[in-house]
Design a protein around this ligand. Structure first.
Ligand code: ATP
Ligand code: MG
Length: 587
């Protein structure tokens, strides 16, 4: 188990390091700097040793000045190199995570809808922001410095042994204590950090959801309850952080005690041997410096191991997202420049979860430029039909054909370009009205947008907004009415000039004036192209060439408006009378 884990860690580490490949030069430079710095830190005590023994003791002042010059030079080089090292490892880390963020975002945008159905938004956000940030530390404080530290330790030990092997051995007697303390600390902090990570994720998930749903929270006076939940998450998070701080607070003083203990033993034996004349004063002066330099990296080593460990845990999570193969398999090879818009469903069955079928054995045909209206009670599978048509989800049984070819055979981009969808709940991004229509596609000019807006009668209405096309829409379209959002989404669908238009009519009722605009827009939208409309409006249903009635995922009736009304005791007749009879009367 542990062995497996270690192997796994090493694999993850290798994969993280591989991310630095495009920045190999920076990697090598920082590695070289790290090694140089480690050696430089081992050299200074040796210089002091020589200064004392060869110059101070023989009162060679010019020589002493020369040595002091060398000492100063070493210190100066160390300072410059350290500056370069910190900057360059930082550069390396930032370059790697910059690439990784792009890679992750790109991967997320290609994931299947199913992934988003099952993963809280906050979790995905944490992966792309916090977790990737932790990977940064593998480069800045992790691997490279650690290798340098280990090298430094060996270099220092080398100098120590060369100066006096007996005194070195004396110093090493406390080593087991040091290793034990470091090990305990490392394990404790690791557990604390894992908790910290988990709590960050749950806090992000919680906040993301509540802030998005703030209206509901306030409408139902749930502030206090939600506050209570938040306080608990916050408390857990703080406790996890404090736990890790506590371990540091204990560890550092413990290490200091061991260090001073070592110093005491060293001075004791060193002084004894000096008095016995078997040790020079220079060695006695240099050894405390060696001990200091030996302990500094050891003290940091535990911390760095943890940093790497944390980085690896984070990396594993990011890699899980990257390795999530639940992307829609784009096995399509057929290009689709222009479609006739002939759609055929052949015995299509579909389940979101591979188990509970929400569509059963649906078959129908829609010819060029025809309009199909889908009606059915809520949850009957209307939206699902459009979800599978442009392959948000892949079906389990049957075939969906566009122009006689299975939709899976088309390149997915081409397929989606030819089919425009207006969703039931319109989603607008923060940005101008224009940007929301073009989705920043540079190939769509403003003229084209104005043309499309004019065609469906939305131009005047957009111009009536404070800054017209430059009016800034707030997040998710918060500062626009439902009707306004819909009209914008109609223009969005039309500028792409699709061959198939799909419209999931919003159920919300809208004021008479906007309603008129929307009706006009829909008529324009469906003219001269095949369209499928999930209809809630009588006018839309009347315009349709064909009507499909869905009931609990089954196609129960199919035909023209008049044909369906003629079926005695038919589902459509029933729905029609329930929903529209009064309306018709009122018109
Ligand atoms: N993303 C999803 N994951 C799992 N099940 C889903 C998902 N979306 C819808 N369903 C289920 O599939 C069924 C059909 O839903 P669908 O959204 O197609 O209904 P609808 O006819 O569009 O209803 P409405 O008129 O309310 O929009 C429902 O039982 C619903 O619970
Ligand atoms: Mg729906």
């Amino acid at each position: 188990m542990t062995e497996n884990k270690t192997k796994f860690d090493l694999q993850t580490l290798a994969r993280v390091l591989a991310l630095a490949k495009p920045h190999a030069r920076i990697f090598i430079i920082s590695g070289a700097l790290a090694i140089t710095l480690a050696l430089l830190s081992a050299i200074t005590p040796k210089i002091v040793n020589i200064m004392v023994d060869d110059y101070v003791m023989v009162k060679d002042m010019p020589g002493l000045f020369r040595m002091a010059g060398i000492f100063a030079a070493v210190v100066l080089v160390t300072v410059v190199f350290r500056y370069l090292f910190i900057y360059i490892t930082g550069l390396l880390g930032q370059s790697v995570i910059k690439d990784l963020r792009v890679q992750t975002f790109q991967h997320i945008t290609s994931l299947r809808m199913r992934y988003f159905d099952q993963t809280p938004i906050g979790k995905t956000t944490t992966r792309t922001i916090n977790d990737i940030e932790s990977i940064n530390t593998i480069f800045t404080q992790g691997v490279i410095t650690m290798i340098a530290d280990v090298l430094g330790i060996f270099a220092i030990l080398g100098f120590m042994l060369q100066s006096s092997w007996r005194l070195t051995l004396v110093c090493l007697t406390t080593l087991p204590l040091l290793i034990l303390a470091t090990y305990i600390f490392k394990e404790k902090v690791k557990k604390a950090y894992q908790k910290v990570r988990a709590h960050i994720t749950s806090m992000n998930v919680f906040l993301q959801e509540r802030i998005s749903g703030m209206r509901v929270v306030q409408i139902f006076n749930a502030e206090e309850r939600e506050m209570g939940k938040f306080k608990k998450i916050n408390r857990d998070y703080t406790k996890a952080n404090l736990d890790s701080i506590l371990y540091y607070a204990i560890f550092f003083p413990v290490i200091e005690i061991i260090q001073y203990g070592t110093l005491a033993i060293m001075v004791w034996w060193g002084a004894k041997w000096f008095v016995e004349d078997s040790l020079t004063i220079g060695v006695l002066v240099a050894f405390p410096m060696y001990i200091n330099r030996l302990y500094r990296p050891i003290r940091m080593l535990a911390d760095k191991l943890n940093t790497i460990q944390m980085g690896l845990v984070a990396a594993e999570r990011v890699f899980t997202v990257l390795d999530d193969r639940s992307i829609i398999a784009d096995i399509g090879y057929k290009t689709l420049e222009k479609s006739d818009g002939n759609i055929e469903f052949k015995n299509v069955s579909f389940a979101y979860d591979e188990e509970n079928y929400v569509l059963n054995d649906i078959s129908f045909e829609l010819n060029k430029h025809e309009t199909l209206a889908i009606v059915g009670s809520t949850g009957s599978g209307k939206t699902t039909i459009i979800n599978i048509l442009n392959r948000f989800y892949d079906i389990q049984k049957g075939e969906i054909l566009l122009d006689g070819v299975d939709v899976k055979k088309y390149k997915i981009d081409d397929l989606r370009k030819r089919i425009s969808i207006v969703l039931q709940d319109v989603f607008l991004f923060t940005g101008t009205v224009l940007e929301n229509i073009t989705l920043k596609d540079p190939s769509i000019s403003k003229e084209k947008v104005v043309e499309a807006a004019t065609a469906i009668g939305a131009h005047d209405f957009i111009m009536n907004m404070p800054e017209g096309y430059d009016y800034v829409v707030s997040e998710r379209g918060g500062n626009l009415s439902m009707g306004q959002r819909q009209l914008i989404s109609f223009v969005r669908a039309l500028v792409f000039d699709p061959d198939v238009l799909i419209l999931d009519e919003a159920t919300s009722s809208i004021d008479k004036e906007t309603e008129g605009l929307i009706q006009y827009a829909i008529e324009k939208l469906i003219a001269k192209r095949s369209s499928i409309i999930i209809a809630h409006r009588l006018s839309t249903i009347r315009h349709a060439d064909k009507i499909m009635v869905l009931d609990k995922g089954r196609l129960v009736e199919f035909g023209s408006h008049d044909e369906l009304l003629a079926i005695e005791g038919g589902k459509f007749k029933e729905l029609y009378e329930l929903q529209f009879a009064d309306l018709e009367f009122a018109e």
